[in-house]
Ligand binder design. Sequence first.
Ligand SMILES: [Zn+2]
Length: 77
Amino acid sequence: MEQELSCEQVIEQLLAYLDGELGEQSRAAIDRHLSRCRECYSRAEFERKLREKLQEAARVPAPARLRARIDDLLNEY
Ligand SMILES: [Zn+2]
C-alpha cells in the first residue's frame, strides 16, 4: 500500500532525506511528494544548496586566517 505523505511529514524528514539516512520506502515516498508538490520541492532544493555551501565553507580554513588578520589589524592601532 502506498503511503501518502503530508507536507509536514516531508519537511520533518527532509534533512534525513538529504543525508541519505532514510530507508528506500521513505525515500521513495518523499520523492513522490516532491515530484508533485512545488512548495516542498523548492524547500528541498533550498536545503540542498544550503548544505553544499556549508560543506564548501567547511573545507576552507578561512575563519582562522581571518581572525589572525583581524588581530594583526588591531595590534597596529
Ligand atoms: Zn508538500
